[in-house]
Each structure stands twice: as structure tokens, then as C-alpha cells.
Design a protein around this ligand. Structure first.
Ligand code: BYC
Length: 320
């Protein structure tokens, strides 16, 4: 087993930390790490965990109304996967010294950020297709490189999360494909939904690189492996041929293949809207946080029962 470096003095610890990064090795919870690295990881991992938990709501909205038993079973499994992702990520953040209760508190009091995308509403069934295809698709582009994040518990959690996300993306694509092969009304519903989700999905990657205060340091620490704009480009390049297969039009007249760059060009995004959503003024911010707070309060008895059970077990163990 690797020796713990947690107790090294700062100079020796910093040298060892730099060596781990230079050799593309993982940093583990018992290793010495700079305070900024710890704080950045707590920020990113907890925001990611919150996104998974809040992200259950827009789809949870459709579980009782899914159009068939099969669709309902698939959607329930997907939403349960998201709860699981949230739990792995809260556990990974806890290894950095933050309590889970503190993170929950930050979320339900509106102090914590979570992904902007979950502040949009899901008025139609086609939105389940768009979330899978576009939101989970963006999540995969962003998260596959995070499997190589330098912090061990985060990178390892991401491996399983990414496997599940790719199933989620395929199921969303398949919902849209079915609608596009259906009636005129179904095709119109799919197109209208993609029109609403496309730009917010591109904004999931975060602000443009020259307006991203955290990217440079996070890349130097091998947490982020690609810049926000690079990942956004990768996503657009992936979407265009998939949209052709679906027969869906991406709602951006500026999309065009650029032979010189070897990538698709695409239009400017509305960053004012992104900042409004981050400031808590998106279409569903208030609903999402209020719903989470109610669920947390209504779940108090579960936490009390789990605590009482754990206390009883430890008393039993001491007595035996
Ligand atoms: N939404 O310097 P930047 C899912 C914030 S869940 C909200 O570029 P960074 C799914 C950013 O936090 C997917 N805030 O930051 C679940 C920072 O603010 P603070 C969630 C955003 O960290 C259920 C400020 O803007 N994925 O897939 O270097 C159902 C400046 O940004 C956003 C993750 O969490 C945003 N979109 O890069 C279906 C992935 N973008 O903290 C699907 C992990 C930026 O300084 N996270 N901000 O106050 C990351 O990869 C990075 O944190 C980001 C941002 C690329 C998101």
C-alpha cells in the first residue's frame, strides 16, 4: 500500500504532490495537497453531486406520465442512477473533509451552485428525449476526461458514472428517434423540444475560456483536462451528424463545417441568460430548490431512524 504523505511538512509535501501530478499519478485522500486544490475539488465535486440530485427533478416530473410501462421503467431506472451518482460524488467530496450535512445545507439554502441546465422546465414528453440526447450527451463529453482527474476518489467515481451516462444518452436519442418516425405532431414535438434544450446544453460546459476564472488552475492541477470551449466544440462536432440521423434541425443557422479548422462553426450563445440562471433567476431555480428543501425535511425521519439503528448496532457491538 502507498505510504501516506498527509503528515509531511509543506515543502516535502508540495514536492511530492508536484511529482504525483507530473507522473500522471492519482492524489489520494491521505496525501498532502495544497489547500486550494482541496477547496477547488470540494467546490467542483459538491456542485456536481448537487447537479445530479437536482437533475432528478425535471425527469421525475414525467415518471407518472411516461407513455408506456417500458418507458416508465426505463425512466425510473435512469432517475435512480442519478441519485446514485449524487451519492458517489458526495462520498468523494467527504474524503476531502467536508460533512455531507454541510453540503446538503448549502444546497437547500440556495448557497450552492448546481448545473444551470436543471433550471429549465420539462413541459413535454419529448423533453425526456432531449435531456438524454443533449444533456447527458454534454455530460459525457465533459465527464469522460474527468475519469482521468488527478484526485483518485473523483476519477474513480467518474468511471462508473460515465458508463451509466452513455446508456442515458442512448435512451434519449432513441426516444427522439421514435418520435421522429411517428406522426407530424410527434415530429413537431421533438423539434420544439430540441429548439429549447440545444443552447442551454451548450452552456453546461461553462463560460467561454476567457471568462472562466477557474480553468487555468484546474487544468494545471490535472482536474480539468480540456477547456470549456474545447469541450463545447467537441460536443457540437458530435451532435451535428447525430441530428442528421434523427432528421432534427439544430436551432443555430451559423452551424457550418469549417474545412480549415476541421470542426463545425457555430453561433454565439446568450451568456446574459446563463448569468441570469446562475444568479437564481432561471425559469425553474426557485421550484428546484424549494422542492429539494421539502424533500429533505420530509426525509428527516429516515435520517433519524438510520441514526438510531446505527447507535443500536454500535451499542450491541460494544456489549458483545
Ligand atoms: N452551471 O471558471 P469556470 C448531469 C460556474 S449533472 C452552473 O469555468 P469550473 C445529469 C462555476 O461553478 C452534470 N454553474 O468553473 C444529472 C464557477 O462558479 P464558482 C453536472 C456553472 O469549475 C441528472 C463559474 O461558473 N456536471 O450530467 O472551472 C440528469 C465560473 O466557471 C456552470 C458537472 O458538474 C454551469 N453550467 O468549470 C441528467 C461536471 N458552468 O464555483 C444529467 C463537473 C460554470 O467559482 N464540473 N459554472 O462560484 C465541471 O466540469 C466544471 O465545474 C465546469 C465549470 C465545467 C461545470
Amino acid at each position: 500500500m502507498a505510504e501516506s504523505t498527509e503528515t509531511m511538512d509543506d515543502d516535502a509535501g508540495a514536492a511530492r504532490f508536484a511529482e504525483l501530478l507530473a507522473n500522471e499519478h492519482r492524489v489520494e485522500p491521505t496525501d498532502w495537497m495544497p489547500e486550494g486544490y482541496r477547496k477547488t475539488l470540494i467546490r467542483q465535486i459538491s456542485q456536481h453531486a448537487h447537479s445530479e440530485i437536482i437533475g432528478m427533478q425535471p425527469e421525475g416530473n414525467w415518471i407518472t406520465r411516461a407513455p408506456s410501462l417500458k418507458r416508465k421503467a426505463i425512466l425510473m431506472a435512469k432517475v435512480q442512477d442519478e441519485a446514485g451518482h449524487g451519492l458517489y460524488l458526495y462520498s468523494a467530496a467527504q474524503t476531502l473533509g467536508i460533512e455531507r450535512e454541510t453540503m446538503f445545507d448549502q444546497l437547500i439554502t440556495g448557497k450552492a451552485k448546481y448545473s444551470s441546465i436543471f433550471n429549465y422546465t420539462t413541459p413535454t414528453w419529448a423533453d425526456m428525449g432531449s435531456i438524454g440526447w443533449l444533456v447527458d450527451g454534454a455530460a459525457i463529453c465533459n465527464q469522460v476526461p474527468l475519469c482521468r482527474a488527478s484526485y483518485g476518489p473523483y476519477g474513480r467515481a467518474m468511471v462508473r458514472i460515465c458508463k451509466e451516462e452513455s446508456f442515458h444518452q442512448r435512451q434519449g436519442f432513441e426516444i427522439l428517434l421514435q418520435l421522429m418516425r411517428g406522426t407530424d405532431a410527434q415530429r413537431a414535438m421533438a423539434q420544439e423540444s430540441v429548439n429549447r434544450w440545444y443552447a442551454p446544453a451548450l452552456m453546461m460546459f461553462g463560460p467561454p475560456d476567457d471568462d472562466s476564472p477557474n480553468s487555468k488552475q484546474s487544468m494545471a492541477w490535472n482536474i480539468k483536462r480540456f477547456s470549456n470551449d474545447d469541450l463545447r466544440q467537441r460536443f457540437v462536432d458530435m451532435l451535428v451528424p447525430q441530428a442528421e440521423i434523427l432528421g432534427i434541425t439544430l436551432p443555430d443557422p451559423d452551424i457550418a463545417w469549417n474545412e480549415g479548422r476541421g470542426h463545425y462553426d457555430f453561433g454565439e450563445l446568450d451568456w446574459a441568460e446563463f448569468h441570469e440562471v446562475l444568479a437564481g433567476r432561471g425559469p425553474a431555480n426557485a421550484i428546484r430548490v424549494a422542492r429539494r428543501r421539502t424533500a429533505h425535511e420530509e426525509g428527516a425521519w429516515v435520517r433519524e431512524a438510520a441514526r438510531a439503528y446505527a447507535d443500536a448496532r454500535s451499542t450491541e457491538r460494544i456489549a458483545s
